[in-house]
Design a protein around this ligand. Structure first.
Ligand code: FAD
Ligand code: 8R5
Length: 450
């Protein structure tokens, strides 16, 4: 069967995975990537940046045939290692056992493996080609290389996987109103490093470390080489904030007060703090992700979210799997395929965007709140009592491939049940379990999985 040529803008995580999956199914795939080939230029002197990979992400990588290559490069994170103010730590497991864990993996290595896979499947990748404009009258795209030369290419079917600052989105918005809205979060972030200590990890390797401090927090994810990437999340204004923690001296003072055990492990705090940019955070919403059958956005280009559920890439990989399945089954009606993709994915993108925002509060704050701890405790009891029925929302998001919208909706029902059961109570023994059983039976139909 002859299949339509597809042009993908952006060979980042989602673009490279999509290129692989489509090429494996016989599509003629061309990718254009703004940056040089990382396998040639290398990541010389680059920072180690890692990502948390969960079930949805692994599923996409499995379909691409990459899970065996990547598994040895990933570091298991069994749960949250909470660092309290008095320096004591506790591990709160994410799942029931070591089959329910998340994995820390290097963004650079993951991207390089995906580029290899895309080429092996037959995709053509052109590096140093930055999309500048699209002529919607004749389907000619213009790309610029680093030397400033313009290159033209005919692209009747365009897919934008060019990230949160998508140039394809800008070009599409010139032809159609996409209903774009960006909601900034009034917090930013800064990356710091805990280097390997005598060649090994300076803290527990198999955990996602969290220093919850109420309105702000630090986290740290392990790198396979023995270091940790630390991220400080702070408000942009107020006290403390990036407005007043804005120098090496003030950063050290903040860490000495709030993150003392981490400070002892960050030798280059001042250098990292001043050298690394302050990242901005927010949620991108679009009413429309496609123009007919000619152009479609996915991944961060369509729905950038805040990082607090560690699901941006995982969600983007799910997008790639979904569009690929749709194109595989109905290759010739691209317009119908793009419309169906948007219809299926938009509610799920909205759901993970909302859950990611909520998880910030949970990570930075509620771990210290007594009523939250009671609700979590009772939630665990109910989950053990009603497997496949009362299923923790974190579990549905992280360890299953249930649609995010289902996880969100069931999570709301579960929270309502917990609120009802825990109202006015302080100890788990006071909970009316017969009432709990009845509410669950009435409001939560059994899940197929779990
Ligand atoms: P990107 O990965 O941003 O890729 C876009 C690609 O397009 C890039 O290669 C870029 O160079 C290229 N490009 C851009 N403009 C053009 C142009 N004009 N022409 C050609 N090419 C272009 N997600 C998780 O699931 N778990 C995590 O733990 C996690 N941690 C994160 C940590 C950090 C520091 C950040 C910033 C994000 C994190 N995310 C995480 C989110 C995740 O990185 C994104 O959701 C994911 O990378 C989106 O993939 P993408 O391919 O859509 O976009
Ligand atoms: N992204 C993550 C989680 C949830 C952990 C939990 C949270 C850094 C910019 Cl903030 C964050 C999670 O609920 O216990 N899983 O994976 C990754 C996260 O942040 C990433 C590293 C990040 C964007 C900076």
């Amino acid at each position: 069967m002859k299949r339509a040529p597809v042009v993908i803008v952006g060979a980042g995580l989602v673009g490279a995975l999509l290129g692989t999956l489509l090429a494996q199914r016989g599509f003629a795939v061309t990718l254009f990537e703004r940056r040089p080939d990382p396998r040639k230029a290398g990541f010389l002197g680059g920072r180690s940046i890692n990502l948390a990979l969960a079930e949805r992400g692994w599923h996409g990588l499995r379909l691409a045939g990459l899970s065996d290559v990547l598994a040895p490069l990933a570091v298991m994170m069994r749960g949250r290692m909470v660092h309290h103010l008095d320096d004591h730590t506790e591990l709160l497991r994410y799942g029931r056992d070591d089959s329910e864990v998340i994995w820390s993996i290097s963004r650079g290595r993951l991207n390089m493996a995906l580029l290899d896979a895309a080429e092996a499947a037959g995709a053509q990748i052109h590096f140093d080609r930055c999309l500048k404009s699209v002529n919607w009258d004749n389907s000619i795209i213009t790309l610029r290389d680093e030397a400033g030369f313009a290159h033209e290419y005919t692209a009747p079917v365009l897919i934008g996987a060019d990230g949160a600052g998508s140039a394809l989105r800008t070009a599409m918005a010139q032809a159609t109103d996409l209903g774009e809205r960006f909601e900034p979060l009034d917090h930013g972030y800064k990356e710091l490093e805990i280097p390997a200590h005598a060649g090994s990890f300076a803290m527990e390797a198999n955990a996602l470390h969290i220093w919850p401090r109420g309105n702000y927090m630090c986290i740290a994810l392990p790198n396979a080489e023995g270091s940790f990437t630390v991220t400080l999340f702070l408000p942009n204004a107020g006290e403390p904030s990036f407005a007043n923690v804005n120098s090496g001296v003030s950063a050290r003072a903040l860490f000495a007060r709030d993150f003392a055990d981490a400070l002892a492990l960050i030798p280059d705090l001042e250098r990292d703090f001043m050298r690394n940019p302050t990242g901005i955070l927010g949620t991108l919403y679009l009413d429309r992700w496609h123009i007919g059958g000619r152009a479609l956005l996915l991944g961060d280009a369509a729905h950038a979210i805040v990082p607090f559920h560690g699901q941006g890439m995982n969600c983007g990989f799910e997008d790639a799997v979904e569009i690929c399945e749709l194109m595989d089954n109905a290759a010739n009606d691209t317009e119908a395929v793009f419309a169906e993709f948007e219809r299926r994915r938009k509610p799920n993108a909205d759901a993970i965007a909302a859950m990611a925002l909520e998880n910030y509060v949970e990570m930075r704050d509620s771990v210290a709140d007594a009523h939250f701890l009671l609700m979590r405790d009772v939630g665990r009891t109910l989950a053990a009592r009603h497997p496949g029925r009362f299923v923790p929302r974190y579990w549905m998001v992280t360890f299953s491939r249930l649609p995010y919208a289902v996880a969100f909706a069931r999570g709301e029902i579960q929270t309502a049940i917990l609120c009802e059961l825990c109202a006015g109570k302080t100890r788990p023994e006071e909970i009316d379990l017969a009432l709990a059983d009845r509410l669950i039976d009435e409001r939560l139909p059994p899940l197929a999985t779990a």
